[in-house]
Design a protein around this ligand. Structure first.
Ligand code: S3P
Length: 472
C-alpha cells in the first residue's frame, strides 16, 4: 500500500486562522455535524502504537495540532509513522525498549496530554529527552507528573528558576531500573495516572495508581486492547485504583477513533441556546468518564436525545440529537467534575443563557488548564454583561434567562466585546458560540489555537447556520 507522510489537515487551518474571528447572531444551527476524532484517544493511539510490537492502523485520528505534536515527537523518538491514501495513520511499533534518544528537544506545542504522557514514556526507557512547549504549556505545572516519575527512578531536571513550579523546559532521563509505583494522587487526573502507568510498563512488578475519583480511562482501555491485563477498582470511599504489571508485551492492534465528545460540546450548546436549531451529531464517544456535560445539560432542561448506541472499534458510541431548549440553572455535582473537566467553559455559556444560577464546585483544576479558565471565562462573561461569582474552586453563573432570544432586538446578552483566546482553544470556541445569541458580535483574537483540538470548527458551524467570519 502506498504511504505518504501525514499532512496535518491543521496546517491550512492554522495559517488561515491566525487572526481574529467575529461571531454574529444567527437564525439557527441545523443539520448533521461531523465532529472530528477524539483528542485523548488519538494521543494514546500514537504513543501505544509506537510502543507495541507490530503495525497499528488508526482510522479517524484527530489531525489537530496537539495530536500532530505527539506524532512528531514519536517520530523524533524513532517510530516510523505514515499516512495511507485513505487518511488512516500507520504506526510501525518499536516495542517497549525500542525508542531512541532524540537529536533535538521534543516541542509539544500546546499539548498538555502529549507532553505529560510522553514524560511517562521516557521515564520508563533508558533514554533522555528534553521537553518544550508554547507559552501556554510552559506556564502549566509539570511536577504533578515528574515527582512521581522521580520516585520511579527517573532523573528530572528543570532550569533552577523553574524548579519550584515545575515549568518547562524539563529534561528527563529514564529510570534504570524502573521502580514500580504505588502512587496516591490527590487529583483526579488522567494525565498524571497515564504517565505513571506508561512508565510502569517497563517496571519489574505491579504499578498502582489511586485517584480521588475515576478520571477518563482511555489509557487503561487501550492497554487492554493491546493485550495487557489492567485491573480497575472503585474503592468503598469512591476512589479509583488502577494497576498494571510491568514487563508485559504490547501487541499492535488496529484502532478506530470515535468522535470527540469535548468538541461535540460546542455544537451541542450552540444548538441548545440558539432558537430554531436542530442538529444531529453521529458517532460521539460515550465513554462514561466523558459524558458529564450531557447529563448536566439534560438536567438543565436541554433536549439531547441519545440513540443508536453501539460499539465501534472497541469504543461505546452513540448519535446525539439536539434541539433548542429553554435551560435553567442547576448545581453541578462535584463528583461529576472529572467527567466534564474540559466542558466547563462551554457549560458557562449555556448557563449564561439559562434562567437562574448555575453553581459549579470542585473545579480548581480549571485554573491550571491552557489558561486559568475560571478567571478568563468570568472576565469575558462579565464584559458581556453577566454576573459571575468565583472562588478558588467554584464558579457561579447568574443566568440571563435569554433562552429563545436570538434576534438582536431582543437579545439580552450584550456581546460587542473582543476576547483574547490566551492560547486556549476552548475559550475561543466558547465565546464564538456565545456570539451566536449576543446583541452585538463577539470577536475572538488569536483563533489559531482552535486547530489544536477542532480543526475546521468555524467552517463546520457555518455550514450549519452560524455566522463566524474573519475579522478584518
Ligand atoms: C486529558 C485529561 C484531562 C483533560 C485533557 C485531556 C487526557 O486533563 O483536561 O484535556 O487526555 O488525559 P487532566 O488529566 O489533567 O485532568
Amino acid at each position: 500500500m502506498p504511504h505518504s507522510q501525514p499532512s496535518p489537515q491543521t496546517t491550512s487551518d492554522l495559517l488561515s486562522s491566525a487572526f481574529a474571528l467575529r461571531s454574529s447572531i444567527c437564525a439557527g444551527i441545523n443539520g448533521e455535524i461531523l465532529i472530528p476524532g477524539d483528542k485523548s484517544i488519538s494521543h494514546r493511539a500514537l504513543i501505544l502504537g509506537g510502543l507495541a510490537i507490530g503495525t497499528t492502523r488508526v482510522s479517524g485520528l484527530l489531525k489537530g495540532a496537539d495530536v500532530m505534536s505527539t506524532l512528531d515527537a514519536m517520530r523524533q523518538l524513532g517510530v516510523d509513522i505514515s499516512e495511507a491514501d485513505n487518511g488512516d495513520i500507520i504506526i510501525h511499533g518499536v516495542g517497549l525498549h525500542g525508542l531512541t534518544t532524540p537529536d533535538a528537544p521534543l516541542d509539544l506545542g500546546n499539548a498538555g496530554t502529549g507532553v505529560r504522557l510522553l514524560m511517562g514514556v521516557i521515564a520508563g526507557q533508558s533514554i533522555t529527552a528534553t521537553f518544550t512547549g508554547d507559552s501556554s504549556l510552559s506556564a502549566r505545572p509539570m511536577r504533578r507528573v515528574t515527582d512521581p516519575l522521580e520516585e520511579m527512578g527517573a532523573q528530572v531536571s528543570y532550569l533552577p528558576e523553574n524548579k519550584a513550579k515545575g515549568l518547562l523546559p524539563v529534561t528527563i532521563s529514564g529510570a534504570t531500573p524502573v521502580l514500580p509505583a504505588d502512587y496516591h494522587s490527590n487529583i483526579a487526573s488522567a494525565q498524571i495516572k497515564s504517565a505513571i502507568l506508561l512508565a510502569g510498563l517497563n517496571a519489574r512488578g505491579i504499578t498502582k495508581v489511586t485517584e480521588p475519583h475515576i478520571s477518563r480511562d482511555h489509557t487503561e482501555a487501550m492497554l487492554r486492547h493491546f493485550g495487557l491485563t489492567v485491573e480497575q477498582t472503585i474503592l468503598e470511599d469512591g476512589r479509583h485504583e488502577v494497576s498494571v504489571a510491568g514487563e508485559g508485551l504490547l501487541r499492535a492492534a488496529n484502532i478506530a477513533v470515535p468522535r470527540d465528545p469535548s468538541s461535540a460540546a460546542f455544537a451541542m450548546v450552540a444548538a441548545l441556546i440558539t432558537p430554531h436549531s436542530h442538529i444531529t451529531l453521529p458517532g460521539i464517544s460515550m465513554n462514561p468518564q466523558r459524558v458529564g456535560l450531557i447529563a448536566t445539560l439534560q438536567e438543565m432542561g436541554g433536549s439531547l436525545v441519545l440513540s443508536n448506541h453501539r460499539i465501534e472499534g472497541g469504543e461505546d458510541v452513540a448519535d446525539i440529537e439536539v434541539r433548542s431548549s429553554l435551560l435553567h440553572g442547576i448545581d453541578v455535582p462535584e463528583q461529576r467534575a472529572a467527567s466534564m473537566i474540559d466542558e466547563y467553559p462551554i457549560l458557562s455559556i449555556a448557563a449564561a443563557c439559562a434562567s437562574g444560577k448555575t453553581h459549579m464546585v470542585g473545579v480548581s483544576e480549571l485554573r491550571v488548564k491552557e489558561t486559568d479558565r475560571i478567571a478568563v471565562m468570568a472576565d469575558g462573561l462579565r464584559r458581556c454583561g453577566l454576573k459571575i461569582d468565583e472562588t478558588d474552586d467554584t464558579m457561579t453563573v447568574f443566568g440571563t434567562n435569554s433562552n429563545g432570544n436570538n434576534s438582536s432586538a431582543h437579545s439580552v446578552i450584550s456581546g460587542g466585546v473582543t476576547i483574547a483566546s490566551q492560547h486556549d482553544h476552548r475559550i475561543a470556541m466558547s465565546f464564538l458560540s456565545l456570539g451566536m445569541v449576543s446583541k452585538s458580535p463577539i470577536i475572538v483574537e488569536d483563533v489559531s489555537t482552535i486547530a489544536t483540538s477542532f480543526p475546521g470548527f468555524a467552517a463546520l458551524m457555518n455550514n450549519a447556520g452560524a455566522k463566524i467570519k474573519r475579522q478584518s
